[in-house]
Write a protein that binds this ligand. Sequence first.
Ligand SMILES: Nc1ncnc2c1ncn2[C@@H]1O[C@H](COP(=O)(O)OP(=O)(O)OP(=O)(O)O)[C@@H](O)[C@H]1O
Ligand SMILES: [Mg+2]
Length: 226
Amino acid sequence: MIYFVTGTDTEVGKTRVSAGLLAAAAQQGASTLGLKPIAAGCEPSGEGWRNEDALALMAASTVALPYDQVNPIALAPAIAPHIAAKEAGERITPARLAASMPRVAMADADLCLVEGAGGWRLPIGDGMTLPAWVAQEGWPVILVVGMKLGCLNHALLSAEAIRSDGLHLAGWIANRIDPNMSRYQENLESLQAMLDAPLLAEVPYLEQSTAADHLTAAVQRLTTTD
Ligand SMILES: Nc1ncnc2c1ncn2[C@@H]1O[C@H](COP(=O)(O)OP(=O)(O)OP(=O)(O)O)[C@@H](O)[C@H]1O
Ligand SMILES: [Mg+2]
């Protein structure tokens, strides 16, 4: 099963939650693969640019692929990808993205997660946004909601946009990135009442530990439905 993982914003926990889902699935005996098609913010290595999200997803995956199949578009500066691509003399297009996907490995994995970049409406250049490609692929979407003040607006707008782009919102995950958020429970209940998609998991604020322990039931749901 293949899912596209988006978030209410950048830095809301897409990678942390994706790695946790992959690890929880592996604990249940599933083969797993995490991909980061577009990464802006890379460090040089002897073999090319390396992005920490892609490396984290690789570390959490049971299926081993070469780096450039996990992260085909690796851009050095940590800025909006279409601006970084333009500066590098590259273009990000739905056709390029589609051609760069490791299709066989994706189809073979019991759970494959494709992490987006930023939030839902991510420009890729030439007036296009990333959902134009996701819509071509037709993957169901998992929305990671970074639980903090302002997340209600971001979550509701994201869900509305995902649906208006013709995609299925498979569910959302409440990720507690702000340990001091006031009225967490009331915010959670507001989203449950208004998002019209299943709450797959609540991930508490975690200092170091993996999110996997909190995602076992979510994985069961994601690998047995759709
Ligand atoms: N539940 C959590 N508890 C504590 N810290 C968290 C939690 N979820 C995410 N974080 C931290 O918040 C930061 C952002 O998380 P992460 O990198 O997963 O976000 P992202 O949405 O993937 O960001 P990007 O847009 O850069 O891909 C990281 O330092 C991560 O460890
Ligand atoms: Mg990330």
